[in-house]
Design a protein around this ligand. Structure first.
Ligand code: SIN
Length: 549
């Protein structure tokens, strides 16, 4: 018989860079930790990150420059104090990864500068210096492998795979009086289909982003906005969800819908091209920004979108044929191999690319240490909105944020653990109740709703928005949400149903946040308000679930 109630000092929901880093730091402080992850532990967004970790390590670079680039990309919406804290904590986060065994590529390993020393630093859009540490172009996979290995060696960490977090248990939701505390979480064991109660003095939500709200995305299927939706249901304010980042260069190929072609290619000189009416490929980014193909991501993605609409072409192209085959194979082993498997030799021909949903800059409101409005509830990584990214994330700042905020959160939890445990209200936490649930024989509804959401989000809430499009999306999502909520309480929980409910909730928050912002800024472009409103500098959008609903 499986235990229905489990107790740990801390429960971490999610197994990407943020979740596993937090788990390790907490365990190293002597706390018992559960890592709850809804599929295989490797099944995370982190694993697909290619570019790397932005951090100042070069003598010609500076914290001031990294802060400035982050603020510029964020378009007057970043929190400057948070930016500085996170940027300055970067080098320690790099050392910590190396301590766990991660190897970052060094100069001299790539082939062109055989005797050079130090890190081989990549360059990406919006960065004024080479500062992206990488492990070839499979940095995320290497980070994930390293952290999983370290967690598996750590006796204070227990890993629960195929366990889907359903909801955070808070004292306010149970109707208990006094300060609102996080008491644990309800978690669905996807195999036994039982909902188990995880009781903990602190909960760290690190469930990643919500790219699957869009038809075309670089994200894997797990990116269904679980952390953000759970925080919303726990009444944590959700900030800035209109700022959804579209990566400019996802491979356009009938057999591969979400394969990223790293911005690091442009850092190594790749040119962005579009086919003109005469059939010739030509560059176009100089017409949009003085940094050309290395302009901030929002500008490049919108420029490609505009060029494709104008020319009627299906894709743009990235041309890196100026580099040798040997260099490309060493610097971009993952991309090179993937393209070769599809019959594209990047050393000889341009790569077809299109923009696609990539990163959610908004999320649950936290401070730099992942603290939320609920005592004992912390959020780190893509589920959080710390204020680092503002209206547009600077490339490769996401892994940096995930690692640093996870560490700060773990430090805060362990330093305040006595209070978290001792001051929380005591009482019996009820077991999960699923009403009159029966087994669903209409699973097709789940997949149809999922598809419908992703289509209208792409059509109406994408790179180019208008009031009319957003209103259309609002009507659609309202009806779908009603249907899903009814379905949710009438049928036994499955992982698909939990994900669909979360995804639809996050889609609705994105639509509402977009409707609420009556200006264009960073990643949010509404043709009915094409300009930035200076009065809105530093003003976040806030969506909060009312207590009585
Ligand atoms: C990339 O390699 O282009 C992605 C990096 C990022 O999203 O920060």
């Amino acid at each position: 018989m499986q235990k229905k109630i489990l107790e740990f000092d801390v429960v971490v929901l999610g197994s990407g860079a943020a979740g596993l880093s937090a788990a390790l730091k907490l365990a190293e402080k002597g706390l018992s930790v559960a890592v709850v992850t809804k599929r295989d532990i490797f099944d995370t967004n982190t694993r697909y990150a290619q570019g790397g970790v932005a951090s100042v390590t070069d003598k010609d670079d500076s914290f001031d420059a990294h802060v400035k680039d982050t603020l510029t990309a964020g378009d007057h919406l970043c929190k400057a104090d948070v930016v500085r804290r996170i940027v300055e904590a970067g080098p320690a986060a790099i050392r910590s990864l190396e301590k766990y065994g991660l190897h970052f590529t060094k100069r001299g390993e790539i082939g062109e500068e055989k005797n050079a020393s130090g890190y081989d630093l990549g360059k990406e859009g919006g960065h004024s210096a080479r500062r992206v540490l990488h492990s070839g172009d499979i940095t995320g996979e290497e980070i994930e492998k390293t952290l999983v290995g370290a967690c598996r060696r750590q006796p204070r960490i227990e890993i629960f795979e195929n366990h889907v977090a359903v909801d955070i248990i808070t004292s306010a939701k149970l109707g208990w009086m006094g300060e609102d505390f996080a008491l644990g979480s309800y978690v669905l064991d996807a195999k036994s289909r039982e909902v188990r109660t995880f009781v903990s003095a602190a909960t760290v939500v690190a469930c990643g982003g919500a790219g699957k709200a869009y038809l075309y995305s670089s994200n894997p299927d797990v990116a269904s906005g679980d952390g953000i939706a759970m925080c919303y249901r726990a009444h944590v304010p959700i900030l800035n969800m209109e700022f959804f980042q579209f990566h400019p260069t996802i491979l356009h190929h009938p057999k591969e819908k979400s394969f990223l072609i790293s911005e690091a290619l442009r850092g190594e000189g790749a040119r962005l091209l579009v086919r003109g009416a005469d059939g010739r490929l030509r560059e176009f980014m100089e017409n949009y920004h003085h940094l050309g193909a290395l302009a901030p991501r929002d500008i490049v993605a919108r420029a490609i979108d505009n060029e494709l609409k104008r020319s009627g072409q299906e894709s743009a192209f990235l041309d890196i044929t100026g580099k040798s085959r040997d260099f490309l194979r060493r610097r971009f082993p993952g991309i090179f191999a993937k393209l070769m498997s599809l019959g594209i030799d990047m050393s000889k021909e341009p790569i077809p690319v299109v923009p696609a949903a990539h990163y959610c800059c908004g999320g649950a409101q936290t401070d730099y240490a992942g603290r939320t409005s609920i005592r004992g509830l912390y959020v780190a990584g893509e589920s959080a909105c710390t204020g680092l990214h503002g209206a547009n994330r600077l490339a490769s700042n996401s892994l940096l944020e995930a690692l640093v905020v996870a560490k700060f959160a773990a430090e805060h939890i362990s330093a305040n653990f006595k209070g978290l445990r001792g001051e929380r209200p005591s009482g019996r936490i009820p077991l999960w109740r699923s009403g009159n649930a029966t087994n669903s024989d209409e699973l097709v509804v789940v997949s149809h709703n999922w598809e419908e959401i992703r289509k209208f989000m792409w059509d109406y809430v994408g790179i180019f928005r208008t009031n009319k499009r957003l209103e259309r999306a609002k009507n659609r999502i309202k009806n779908i949400r009603k249907e899903i909520e009814k379905y949710y309480w009438d049928f036994h929980l499955t992982r698909d149903l939990v994900e669909l409910r979360n995804l639809s909730s996050v889609a609705e928050i994105i639509v509402d946040s977009s409707l609420g912002r009556k200006e264009s800024r960073g990643l949010h472009y509404n043709a009915d308000y094409p300009d930035r409103d200076p009065d809105m500098d530093g003003v976040d959008s806030v969506i909060k679930k009312p207590y009585r609903s």
